[in-house]
Design a protein around this ligand. Structure first.
Ligand code: HEC
Ligand code: HEC
Length: 354
């Protein structure tokens, strides 16, 4: 059952459509026998297996999964009272009906102020190694403090969040169930619950996954050719690797930007990290864009134009980036492949806020 949640995008959240699987969903099947050779000489079936979904979602020992903790985290994620104005929730920017993002080139923050970067999706982060476009958050737990306390985002303090939540009678039983009777309502429990909920947000099974599992008819021939380009001539998979289509690393792909990205956190001598950003996952990509850390790529066409040109030449530009000649048919194949990474829409039940 769908319920309206208060906040800026309350109305939009009614028509949710995004596939979200619960942890420990997919069951690994038999590895298909090696058959036809793909571009680059690696047998196609061996290549496919490097993109196979894992069977279960990992949770850290320091913050293990419980259903109660995830339920509390979900309520907190959708609760605009975590912001100073009481009008902005995590879901205002990470809106499930917009691919857990906001559909905007750059996020709009406190007082409608445009932020410097685009809102990334929060899908499949249980496997993440570092968070934010520049990787400055080492865990989802530490990340959660950042938007809450950023003056230009939710503009709160963790103490004020705790004070507010303590004053809402309905939260007490949720914290008791998640962390034990009388548990502290504070920064540690709030961020642990938010992180647990976010780890349950996993892309549903896409046609590509069925193809990897051996259903040869799950994707069309143009998408198979697109996969071969992606992993071959176009070299996309040198960065967009593995089942989430990210190497969890940072690269400068030569987008027009003054943002130093990862470069802010390493000495200037580490040239390759200047203007480098975390490789985004390509699962459940919103096909209408915009893309990139600053929303500078308006469409998939613009993305392919960018890779065809090879990016702005500067010392930090990744050595994987070089001009790429793609025919219109090859571009269409790449897009057909990217579409097979989308899981069919599935509704998400919104929490009833305490
Ligand atoms: C005003 C819009 C906005 C709000 C509200 C917001 N976020 Fe974000 N979120 C962003 C933007 C923009 C980024 C990228 C920031 C950066 O890289 O510097 C981001 C990044 C993230 C990331 C990192 C994703 C990745 O791939 O590394 C996570 C996780 C996240 N937000 C969770 C949350 C949670 C939890 C909340 C609520 C407590 C929240 N966000 C509230 C806009 C928002
Ligand atoms: C050198 C590593 C690298 C290679 C090679 C590469 N990518 Fe990327 N890709 C990235 C990084 C890093 C970003 C984010 C860059 C930014 O925002 O500054 C990105 C962004 C994207 C985006 C936008 C996603 C989003 O959510 O904003 C798409 C789509 C994409 N790449 C597809 C491709 C395709 C298709 C290819 C092959 C033609 C390719 N990439 C090759 C690293 C790479």
């Amino acid at each position: 059952m769908m319920r309206r949640v208060p906040g800026r995008w309350g109305g939009l959240l009614l028509g949710l459509c995004l596939s979200v699987a619960v942890p420990s969903g997919a069951v690994a099947a038999q590895i298909a026998p090696v058959a036809s050779p793909a571009a680059g000489g690696v047998p196609l079936d061996a290549l496919k297996q490097t993109f196979r979904r894992p069977a279960a979602t990992p949770f850290p020992e320091t913050n293990p999964y419980t259903r109660e903790k995830a339920a509390l985290g979900k309520a907190l994620f959708f609760d605009p009272r975590l912001s100073r104005t009481g009008s902005v929730s995590c879901a205002s920017c990470h809106n499930p009906s917009l691919g857990w993002s906001d559909g905007l080139p750059r996020a709009v923050g406190y007082g409608m102020k445009p932020l410097a970067r685009r809102t990334p999706s929060v899908l499949n982060l249980a496997w993440g190694a570092a968070f934010q476009w520049d990787g400055r958050a080492p865990s989802l737990e530490t990340q959660a403090v950042m938007p809450i306390s950023a003056p230009d985002e939710m503009n709160m303090t963790m103490d004020l969040v705790a004070e507010r939540l303590k004053a809402i009678a309905g939260y007490r039983p949720l914290f008791d169930a998640a962390f034990g009777p009388g548990a502290e309502i504070g920064s540690e429990t709030v961020t642990a619950a938010l992180a647990t909920f976010q780890r349950t947000l996993v892309s549903g099974e896409a046609p590509f996954d069925r193809w990897v599992e051996g259903d040869d008819r799950a994707i069309g021939p143009e998408a198979v050719r697109g996969f071969q380009l992606f992993t071959g001539k176009a070299r996309c998979s040198s960065c967009h690797a593995g089942w989430r289509f990210t190497d969890d690393s940072f690269h400068d792909i030569g987008l027009h930007t003054t943002d130093l990205g990862r470069g802010k956190f390493v000495p200037p001598a580490v040239v390759a990290m200047q203007h480098a950003f975390k490789t985004p996952s390509l699962r459940d990509l919103r096909l209408q864009g915009p893309y990139g850390h600053n929303g500078g790529l308006a469409s998939l066409d613009a993305v392919l134009d960018h890779y065809a040109r090879g990016g702005e030449k500067r010392p930090s530009l990744s050595y994987e980036m070089r001009a790429l000649e793609l025919s219109p048919a090859e571009r269409a194949d790449l897009v057909a492949f990217l579409k097979t990474l989308q899981a069919p829409p599935a509704p998400i039940e919104l929490p009833l806020l305490p």
